[in-house]
Design a protein around this ligand. Sequence first.
Ligand SMILES: [Zn+2]
Length: 62
Amino acid sequence: MPICPECETALDFDEEEVEEGDVIICDECGTEYEVVATDPLELSKVEEGYEDEEEFGEEEEE
Ligand SMILES: [Zn+2]
């Protein structure tokens, strides 16, 4: 089970039940992580209050 880098608590979700783009929230510290890859599982911390919103959800895909 993945560990939250912020508080080192085990993130409570099933790796096999998440998909790319899913957002996982740490129950302990509330940090949000977006699933960027599932094989292997890779999480990207979602920065709150990020000023440059142009980088949010507007990524170009082929
Ligand atoms: Zn945490």
